[in-house]
Write a protein that binds this ligand. Structure first.
Ligand code: UDX
Ligand code: UDX
Length: 469
């Protein structure tokens, strides 16, 4: 079937950029992105492209070219479903915060709601594409809901996991290492796979498009994220040994990364990985392993998360012990809140956990991030505290220790210590001499991303600590 009309449910970090690139590369396909969040859709439709709800390098250029031509953003979900040949599901699938599988399993509530809505509305055959990361065999659940509650039309469910990384999403979509499409190995399943292959063939060459059965595709996404996160936890584990032995983690990473079997990427020791995917997907994998009675496999992968939690805590503790065992009443400047540079996304950012620990010890934290808003920063902390059972009164009290600045100098001036939590490029080029002069002494810098010039900062007089050095 030739696809002429695509609908995507979920205008988030995945749905928005992915559909913008599909529309850009496939001028003959009409792409409509729908979302129940009216404010988000209004932001996608804002004339001023600086107001798009997601900051992603290159995204506004792509949107400017195709919005209103063959790319549309709307809250009218029913109409978009009805007129589409192919429907992508890109709604969020957070870790469950209640009931069975709490804290581990993915919450598929929104995915299920989408399936029920599609089944109710669809009056013609549709191809349904899972874009959200889902537990293995979710396609089966979707197929059952669609077939038992639908209007007698045919649905083919495909899995087409997203491998884009935030901050480089547009480039990752335009020049994908590979696209993975899983589908039923029946004649109609294979036809559906081919329809999606044809969409991507508008800009990718056939060698970059892998096709598999549905279950392999679903599991490959979890596996890719688990392997990537495992590499970071592995190098972060080595960073702790480096600090104890005077080895240098960057030299170690370089030494092993030049072995072509290991490769150089994803070996940057840090304050810990964040983002909406790694932790959620590994917890989900662990939950699945336990479900399938594979406790040793579950424990193996769970250790990746435990090590990451340890790394975040280790960093916060290092700040406290270095500042003579207390940060109570001290001004600690946090440079960066996003989970990595070039994004305004702070989901699961290490900064949240480091800040929480410092606040617990009585610090006043002064945050500066070039892209994350004050309301988001406070909401991130409040959400963590709510999950941990902190009362509303105590949350209000704790928030009095949180100050967010739109100017880095306000965060840095008169601070006792500075912690770099996101690797934003601008931090490297600050006037560090000037910053030193306006700080309490001894002036501490804790570089959780290893981006600052140690020699230069030591020369100025800073007391500087890094990860794994
Ligand atoms: C995606 C994937 O869905 C997730 O599985 C993956 O692991 C990470 O990326 P993301 O795009 O980052 O999620 O999520 P988010 O930015 O929260 O966007 C999801 C959107 O879906 C939201 O705008 C939300 O309003 C919308 N939504 C949610 C609906 O339109 N309908 C619903 O029923 C639920
Ligand atoms: C990740 C996957 O890379 C992507 O394929 C998948 O689709 C979604 O999840 P993302 O979360 O956007 O993408 O960012 P990524 O670049 O993978 O970084 C994740 C976290 O790991 C960040 O906090 C980053 O700072 C950290 N990281 C990454 C390190 O600490 N060290 C590294 O060497 C690499």
């Amino acid at each position: 079937m030739e696809i002429k009309n695509i609908c995507c449910i979920g205008a988030g970090y995945v749905g928005g950029p992915t559909m913008s690139v599909i529309a850009f590369k496939c001028p003959n396909i009409k792409v409509t992105v729908v979302d129940i969040n009216e404010a988000r859709i209004a932001a996608w439709n804002d004339k001023n492209l600086d107001n798009l709800p997601i900051y992603e390098p290159g995204l506004s250029d792509v949107v400017a070219k195709v919005r209103g031509e063959n790319l549309f953003f709307s809250t009218d979900v029913d109409t978009a479903i009805e007129s589409a040949d192919m429907i992508f599901i890109a709604v969020n699938t957070p870790t469950k915060t209640y009931g069975e599988g709490k804290g581990m399993a993915s919450d598929l509530k929104y995915v299920e709601l989408c399936a029920r809505q599609i089944a109710r509305v669809a009056k013609s055959d549709k191809i349904i594409v899972e874009k959200s990361t889902l537990p293995v065999r979710t396609a089966e659940t979707l197929q059952t809901i669609l077939d038992t509650t639908g209007n007698g039309v045919n649905f083919e469910v495909l899995s087409n996991p997203e491998f884009l990384a935030e901050g480089t999403a547009i480039n990752d979509l335009l020049n994908a290492d590979r696209v993975l499409i899983g589908g039923n190995q029946t004649p109609s399943g294979k036809r559906a796979i081919q329809s999606l292959v044809d969409v991507y063939s508008n800009w990718l060459n056939p060698k970059q498009i892998l096709t598999t059965n549905v279950w392999s595709s679903e599991l490959s996404k979890l596996t890719a994220n688990a392997f990537l996160a495992q590499r970071i936890s592995s190098i972060n584990a080595m960073s702790a040994i480096c600090e104890a032995t005077e080895a240098n983690v960057e030299e170690v990473a370089n030494a092993i990364g030049t072995d072509s079997r290991i490769g150089p990427k994803f070996l940057k020791a840090s304050v810990g990985f964040g983002g909406s995917c790694f932790q959620k997907d590994i917890l989900n994998l662990v939950y699945l392993c336990r479900f399938f009675n594979l406790p040793e496999v579950a424990d193996y992968w769970e250790q990746v998360i435990k090590l990451n939690n340890y790394q975040k805590l280790r960093f916060a503790r290092k700040i406290i012990t270095s500042l003579f065992n207390t940060v109570s009443g001290k001004k600690i400047a946090l440079l960066g809140w996003a989970f990595k540079k070039d994004t305004n996304d702070s989901r699961e950012s290490a900064a949240i956990y480091v800040a929480d620990h410092l606040i617990e010890d009585g610090a006043d934290i002064h945050v500066y991030d070039p892209k994350v808003s004050a309301s988001k920063i406070k909401a991130d902390l409040s959400y963590l505290w709510q999950l941990n059972g902190v009362t509303e009164t105590d949350i209000t009290k704790k928030l009095k220790q949180v100050f967010v600045h739109t100017n880095s100098n306000d965060a840095l001036t008169n601070s006792h210590a500075i912690a770099v939590l996101t690797e934003w490029d601008e931090f490297k080029n600050y006037n560090w001499k000037n910053i030193y002069e306006n700080m309490y002494k001894p002036a501490f810098v804790f570089d959780g991303r290893n981006i600052l010039d140690i020699k230069k900062l030591k020369g100025i007089g800073f007391y500087i600590q890094n990860i794994g050095k």
